[in-house]
Design a protein around this ligand. Structure first.
Ligand SMILES: *Cc1c(COP(=O)(O)O)cnc(C)c1O
Length: 958
């Protein structure tokens, strides 16, 4: 009884039905429960009619997974893999296969969330503490954070930090100058400039040898080895700067520090840079993790997250995020940085690279690179070239003989599929990396020999040598902790990684219903292309014709994002949502200046906003005006009008999240935009909640001028345990001339990242998501995300209660669960509920944001009805447990909530002194047995680790 295969049959493999967890039958069941007759009716009730799109999104027809795999392979094939020695902050590297397969390609690592919930994050916390330890060892600094976005933004953070640390005298004198040595990478200087200007900080570029301290200089910025590759001895300079009360920040090549005296040993105050070459592919510029190390006394001013040691309530040593439950520096108006999502997954990879290689391995890699470089210097000198770097690690710079031009060398190099570095003054150079072998060395020699018109002899072997001498030669040891000594075989390494990943809850285990963070499926078909060598090992500064695959992908993706958001232009440069906010505000500032409105210096932000909004506005040099919310959680229109009127002349922008951080589609959004525009100000939309808009409405249509997207929320890119993220910005037509440029592509305006396209390497994920979902799939995803949230709201409204609802009584794509009454009645907090969820195998929803004493739940479209129902069962069972405390059935001080989570070692211990059973503690409902997540540590002591900050593996509490 065979049916004929119609084209429709052949497309039953459509990806949307794999991505979306709810089918037609489930939908009907859920709608009945909610009490509406159709999905259309529900959507009509949730999203105001006046902002609904009239037409479907004009996107190409959806591809199946198989079709996409062929399409993306075609794009990859358009990238040409030349041997690239451009250096300048990106170096080819060898990702240990054991790390690529077990970390980079492992959903436990890439789908986990930022480790705010320490008890179910011990694995990645340990990996990140290893990262900090490696950074501290290599730089010889006592304290490091666990990543920033890239080297250039880390430089900008260093400037802000030094500014915040000015002495009283400097503050009084209005010191506002940072001296920057001219030998700094141009992209670093460009990003520092973008950031410094609106903060009123002047960057004074000069030769460090000619630096004269003065009253207005509060900090200095050096690069080591410098932008030409020369390692200078900065000890004298640093002494001089310190004598004048100037801090010294140093951009350092982390691998070079295996051979060079680390900046911590010659007095640097801040050492930062990229860890890309520690086993992280170049990815056409990113993502990779920046490191940031400093002195212990500056810990409270350090941007980013710091992992520290602590103990659980029974005294077991454990790891946690120190100094903060959220980032310490995001303090609304008092913010000193806006870093939220950073580069956790890449920091984790770099950390495993150091663990795998250890001191000996890292030293060998560094000295192999250096020896090949030294050999090349010798051979090229013999060919008549003059090398200018007196001391170097991996980079040589040659002055060409008079009869030879760089263009001639370039032609020869390209014919051999080699990219060299061409300096502005006509010098030619190269940076050697871990992948450079004898064959590659011979190709390099041949290029220069042919250019010189001379014969050359093939080199058979390179001896291990060091040309580094005097005070620049490192003598101290590093990576001496046992973690860097134990895992040098693949078996041991594989098991170490596995031991850590078993300690972490990720999407591979259960739903992570984090409101505002949109933890949806990161599909394998979207992730696979990342492992494609043509995407992995591509330097961001290769000639464009070698990166056609990337260029086409970037072009297509930008076009699709324009369609989805209703905007005229896009920049993919920002490396996180907060970086997008910052970039968007800089675009607004540039536009206002261009129309003679540069005096506008205030940004209006509702009190419910995410902390990064005010933090970004402060970084962009704006003053914050806070606008109140009414008791329904909406922007208080009367207050908005009043503030808009009051600051009519000085308002630059409104920053608004839509649907609101309360998960509600405010009906007045159009009016809000009009009020702001009427003042001559711009509307910035925070697009973190875009998952509730795609296909149904969009920021351009609503009337916003700028919006950032979080590709790591709405567009299926994974969270990586706290990064990488991508925070592209879309802008309306009038703002397109001000989008970020890149200094090495001829225009440095508003540049916000080191690489021209930010984290280009992970764009195939979002590209795949859009290609495979298509218009219908994307729109259906939005509808189902809203259905799922309303279903959970219906299931939980009679117990916990839902804090805010929209005008017609429904929620958007997320909802806020009331927990404040529970606390009043029983003393049990939302934090206790969060910890108790771990015993059931769940990661907590968003805690105490945006409303204190609540949990915010966002199920996303990817979860199945079975999973939603299981989560409801769990929440209702926890509700029962709360009632037992309330009714006096359970002890007020010894109950399953206050004691949660219950670690395995407690459950199996010979002593059990609780007033309830072990079974109730660890198998509270039957379904838990099927998917038990064994917790490794009991509740973590949050204050111990802050009283004594121990940011490396060497720390002890004794
Ligand atoms: C996540 C989020 C941000 C910040 O994004 P990052 O990528 O973490 O920098 C900003 N606003 C809202 C509402 C968010 O949910």
């Amino acid at each position: 009884m065979g049916e004929a295969l119609t084209p429709k049959h052949m497309r039953t493999d459509l990806f949307a039905s794999r991505h979306i967890g709810i089918n037609e039958h489930d939908t009907q069941v859920m709608l009945r429960k909610i009490g509406v007759s159709s999905l259309d009716e529900l959507i009509d009730k949730v999203i105001p009619a006046n902002i609904r799109l009239k037409e479907p999104l004009a996107l190409p027809e959806a591809l199946s997974e198989y079709e996409f795999s062929k399409h993306i392979a075609g794009l990859a094939a358009k990238n040409k893999r030349y041997a690239t020695y451009i250096g300048m902050g990106w170096y080819d590297t060898i990702t240990p296969p054991v790390v690529q397969r077990n970390v980079f390609e492992n959903p436990v690592w890439y789908t986990s969330y930022t480790p705010y919930q320490g008890e179910i994050s011990q694995g990645r916390l340990e990996a990140l503490l290893n990262f900090q330890t490696a950074v501290c060892d290599l730089t010889a600094m006592p304290l490091a954070n666990c990543s920033l976005l890239d080297e250039a933004t880390a430089a900008a953070e260093a400037v802000s930090m030094m500014y915040a640390l000015r002495s009283r005298a400097q503050q009084k004198a209005g010191a506002n100058v940072v001296f920057v040595d001219e030998q700094i990478f141009p992209q670093t200087l460009a990003v520092m400039t973008t950031r410094a200007v609106p903060q009123g900080i002047e960057l004074r570029v000069g030769k460090y040898t000619e630096f004269e301290p003065s009253e207005e200089v509060f900090g200095c910025m050096l690069q080591y080895p410098n932008a030409s590759g020369c390692a200078e001895d900065y000890a004298g300079f640093t002494e001089k700067a310190h004598a004048a009360d100037c801090k010294v920040a140093v951009a350092a090549d982390i691998l070079s520090l295996a051979l060079l005296t680390p900046p911590g040993e010659w007095g640097a105050d801040i050492v930062f840079g990229s860890t890309q070459r520690l086993g992280v592919p170049m990815f056409y510029g990113g993502p990779s993790a920046a490191f940031f190390a400093t002195r212990d006394e500056f810990k409270r001013n350090t941007p980013g997250r710091i992992i520290g040691l602590s103990k659980d309530k029974y005294g077991k040593l454990c790891y946690r995020m120190a100094l903060q439950t959220r980032e310490q520096h995001i303090k609304r108006e008092k913010a000193t940085s806006n870093i939220c999502t950073s580069q956790a997954l890449l920091a984790t990879m770099a950390s495993f690279y150091t663990v795998y290689h250890g001191q000996e391995g890292i030293t060998n890699i560094a000295s192999q690179i250096h020896s090949i470089t030294a050999s090349l210097e010798k051979h090229l000198k013999k060919l008549g070239y003059t090398q200018v770097n007196q001391q170097y690690f991996d980079t040589l710079r040659f002055v060409l003989p008079d009869h030879l031009s760089a263009a001639q060398v370039r032609t020869i190099a390209l014919s051999k599929e080699v990219n060299l570095r061409y300096f502005e003054n006509g010098d030619v150079g190269f940076s050697i990396d871990e992948t450079t072998d004898i064959a590659a060395l011979n190709v390099l020699i041949s290029i220069f020999a042919i250019a010189a018109g001379k014969d050359y002899q093939k080199v058979e072997a390179v001896n291990k040598v060091s040309t580094i001498s005097g005070p620049l030669k490192r003598t101290s040891s590093f990576l001496t902790h046992e973690v860097f000594c134990k895992y040098h075989t693949e078996t041991e390494m594989m098991r170490y990684i596995k031991r850590l990943d078993r300690k972490d809850i990720s999407l591979a285990h259960s739903m992570i219903s984090l409101g505002s963070c949109t933890m949806k499926l990161n599909a394998a078909a979207e992730m696979l292309p990342l492992s494609c060598p043509e995407f992995m090992s591509m330097h961001p500064l290769v000639p464009e014709d070698q990166a056609e695959g990337y260029r086409e992908l970037i072009h297509n993706l930008s076009e699709y994002l324009k369609v989805i958001t209703g905007f005229a232009g896009f920049s993919l440069q920002p490396n996180s949502g907060a970086a997008g906010e910052y970039a968007g505000l800089r675009v607004i500032r540039a536009y206002l200046e261009s129309i003679g409105q540069g005096h506008r210096d205030k940004v209006l932000i509702p009190s419910s906003a995410h902390g990064t909004n005010p933090a970004s506005a402060i970084q962009a040099g704006y003053d914050i005006v806070t606008c109140a919310c009414d008791k329904e959680g909406n922007v208080d229109m009367a207050d908005l009008r009043a503030k808009a009127e009051e600051y009519k002349e000085s308002l630059a922008a409104l920053m608004i999240t839509y649907p609101s951080t309360h998960g509600i589609f405010e009906t007045e959004i159009r009016e809000i935009c009009q009020i702001i525009h009427a003042c001559g100000a711009q509307v910035y939309m925070d697009g973190a909640n875009m998952n509730a808009q795609v296909g149904l409405t969009n920021p351009g249509f609503i009337g916003a001028d700028v919006c950032h997207l979080n590709l790591h929320k709405t567009f299926a890119s994974p969270h990586g345990g706290g990064g990488p993220g991508v925070g592209p910005i879309g802008v309306a037509e009038h703002l397109t001339p001000f989008l970020p440029g890149h200094v090495l592509f001829g225009n440095s305006q508003n540049q916000v990242s080191a690489a021209p396209f930010g984290s280009a390497g992970i764009l195939p994920i979002t590209y795949g998501y859009i290609c495979m979902m298509g218009t219908e799939g994307l729109t259906q995803a939005t509808r189902i995300a809203i259905l799922n949230a309303n279903y959970l709201a219906t299931c939980l409204q009679d117990t916990y209660g839902i804090v805010y609802r929209g005008a017609t009584g429904f929620v958007g794509h997320e909802m806020i669960l009331e927990c404040r009454k529970i606390f009043e009645e029983t003393g049990i907090t939302e934090n206790d509920i969060a910890k108790r969820l771990m015993d059931y195998g769940y990661h907590a929803p968003t805690l105490s944001f945006p409303v204190h004493g609540t949990l915010m739940i966002e199920p996303t479209e990817s979860e199945s009805l079975a999973e939603l129902n299981n989560f409801v069962d769990v929440m209702l069972n926890i509700w029962k447990e709360i009632q037992e405390v309330k009714d006096g059935e359970a002890d007020k001080v010894d109950n399953v909530l206050i004691n949660a989570p219950h670690p395995e070692y407690e459950a199996v211990s010979d002593q059990w002194e609780h007033s309830y059973t072990r079974k109730k503690a660890v198998y509270p409902i039957e379904s838990v047995r099927n998917n038990k997540f064994w917790i490794n540590v009991a509740r973590i002591d949050n204050t111990l680790g802050d009283r004594k900050l121990l940011p490396t593996q060497y720390g002890t509490f004794d």
